[in-house]
Design a binder for this molecule. Structure first.
Ligand code: NI
Length: 183
């Protein structure tokens, strides 16, 4: 099912998301809905809080960026109850956007590589190392589970310049082709 994407200003985007138990009813349906909603809105990652559920799960599929980075070909993944174990490689800048914050893109500094533990869709524990754009996407989505948005990571000056735009996004004044929801 395609869900509306909750916009900047929605309280659910600021919640600390809760762990998903292994016997969570409708887990498959939730995973499918996250993928469907992400594809429908041309995203490369989507976290459950963005469809109004404060749960620790996000999905990714960065195959649209495969030309920039061939290693992204197989980066279609489900991350349940993830935990970033370590950060490596130093700080890098990359231009980020977010389906919950349409029409705003900013350079964001993040660590170049991460080691993460998570459950896959069959609830098998995995530990994996990611770098490059994959590490970037994971850190962005992981932040959604912590109630953090990429606009929290930019300079106060840049944030001030975006204030008007962010306020109108929080009122639902956006021009996108996917369904959105505010509050
Ligand atoms: Ni986002």
């Amino acid at each position: 099912m395609i869900y509306p994407v909750f916009l900047y200003g929605s309280p659910v985007l600021r919640k600390i998301a809760k762990d998903i138990p292994e016997d969570f009813p409708g887990l498959d349906e939730l995973i499918n809905s996250l993928f469907e909603t992400m594809y429908h809105s041309d995203g490369i990652g989507l976290a459950a809080p963005q469809i109004g559920m404060a749960l620790r799960i996000f999905v990714t599929d960065a195959s649209p960026l495969e030309e920039d980075d061939p290693s992204l070909k197989d980066f279609k993944k489900v991350f349940i109850n993830p935990l970033i174990l370590s950060y490596e490689g130093g700080i890098e800048k990359y231009n980020e956007g977010c389906l919950s914050i349409p029409d705003i893109r900013e350079d964001v500094e993040r660590e170049a590589a991460i080691l993460i533990r998570y459950c896959d869709r069959d609830f098998n524990y995995r530990e994996e190392f990611f770098e490059g754009i994959a590490a970037r996407i994971i850190q962005h989505e992981y932040d959604h589970l912590e109630g953090r948005l990429f606009t929290d990571l930019i300079s106060p000056l840049k944030k001030r310049l975006l204030k008007k735009k962010l306020t109108s996004i929080s009122k639902g004044k956006v021009d996108v082709k996917y369904r959105v929801k505010h509050l």
